[in-house]
Design a protein around this ligand. Structure first.
Ligand code: SF4
Ligand code: SF4
Length: 372
């Protein structure tokens, strides 16, 4: 895979030796003292599409259960100065942590916020800003999971109005369901500056043409949930492969410790390697066999209109990852139409329609018995 994102490989090697020493310091705690001890490494930086935002190639997401305040502060101190958050993450704790972490350094940061409310709800936007302690963010991401909704003119109207009001400068779309279709639909709209898909390397074949189109059209791509199907060192081996993929601007991710931050930065400093890339892709493909890729087809075939893919997401997508178990409970609680036995007809259509061989019925039952 050839990177065309315009960053220099020479940048990658800056600070690599420093990190080798720094890595030994991390992972043993999350005290601010540790942040002062570890040396700062250079993270490659990339322009986000046609915007004037220059982002670190690895950045801070706050969706995982472990988005600890001191780890966020530490990651910022190490050069990860792009932070994305949402009012929903960790039941509001994540955005409060971000607000605390960025105090006094707003001008050094690029902030992104997920918009989970109607695109004319000023009160919700202002409440999020108040929690963050800011008057605006740099980029907002509409949270859309149905491709048919992407073309709703209310999103463009809302984005243009808020940009005019100075609430944010750029607009993006984030999606974790019907993801490829939502991204393509967003590109069709022509006004989005960035896309933030839930994506892992096993999905490359389907997504690469979309990323190539995004790059051609000057739309940046921010990856989230890139660790699925990649455990331990396999994930860090995948980081350079992700960063060498056409169109990718940054990997946005939550970190559980200082060591995780350091390993991520170190991985971003490595060049992509064809042999390692082949191994990682094969491992991810095997690991993701039978696991949900959030295509949303099961939703479309359910005769009772149940949010099947979201239920599977809670059971498979989150519960398989220790860092997202809390998110599984929270998300499941928020689902309005849980497929309790009374409303799920056990027709099996969802499972039969799944292109990835996901044992959908098993996940429905597991979610109902474990998460309800
Ligand atoms: S369970 Fe299967 S059909 Fe449903 S969203 Fe996941 S991959 Fe798609
Ligand atoms: S088994 Fe239940 S969730 Fe699946 S399609 Fe049938 S009614 Fe919907």
């Amino acid at each position: 895979m050839t990177g065309k994102s315009g960053y220099s490989r020479r940048d990658f090697f800056k600070g690599a030796s420093v990190l080798a020493g720094a890595a030994a310091l991390g992972g043993v705690g999350t005290s601010t003292a540790g942040a002062a001890v570890a040396a700062k490494a250079a993270i490659p930086r990339r322009k986000l599409g046609k915007t004037d935002l220059e982002l670190p190639a690895v950045s801070i997401g706050t969706g995982a259960d472990n988005s600890d305040l001191n780890v966020i502060k530490y990651a910022i101190s190490q050069g990860m100065n792009f932070v994305h958050t949402s009012t929903g993450y960790k039941k509001g704790v994540a955005i409060k942590n971000v607000g605390e972490a960025i105090k006094g350094q707003r001008d050094k940061l690029t902030l992104a916020l997920k918009i989970t409310w109607a695109p004319d709800d000023d009160a919700a936007l202002d409440a999020a800003f108040e929690t963050l302690g800011v008057d605006n963010v740099d980029i907002a991401f509409f949270n859309i999971h149905k491709a048919s909704q992407v073309s709703d003119p209310k999103f463009r109207k809302g984005a243009e109005r808020w940009i005019k009001m100075g609430k944010f400068r750029y607009i993006g779309l984030t999606s974790h369901k019907e993801t490829a279709a939502c991204l393509s639909a967003a590109l069709d709209q022509g006004f989005y500056n960035a896309l933030m898909p839930a994506y892992n390397i096993s999905m490359e074949e389907e997504f690469l043409p979309i990323f190539e189109r995004a790059e051609k059209e000057g739309v940046g791509v921010v990856l989230m949930k890139s660790g699925r199907g990649l455990n331990g060192d396999a994930y860090y081996d995948a980081v350079p492969q992700y960063l060498a993929t056409t169109g990718i601007t940054t990997i946005n991710k939550g970190y559980g410790s200082f060591r995780d931050v350091q390993k991520q930065i170190e991985a971003a400093g490595q060049p992509a390697d064809a042999e390692i890339g082949k191994r990682v892709r094969e491992a991810a493909a095997v690991a993701m066999t039978g696991h949900c890729q959030m295509c949303g087809i099961c939703d479309q075939v359910c005769p009772r209109g149940l949010p099947v893919a979201d239920v599977v997401r809670c059971s498979d997508y989150y519960m398989e990852h220790a860092l997202y178990v809390g998110t599984a409970f929270q998300t499941y609680e928020e689902l309005k139409d849980r497929p309790q036995t009374a409303i799920c007809g056990d027709c099996d259509l969802c499972e039969r329609a799944c292109p990835n061989g996901v044992p959908v019925m098993h996940h429905i039952r597991r979610a109902e018995t474990t998460l309800a």
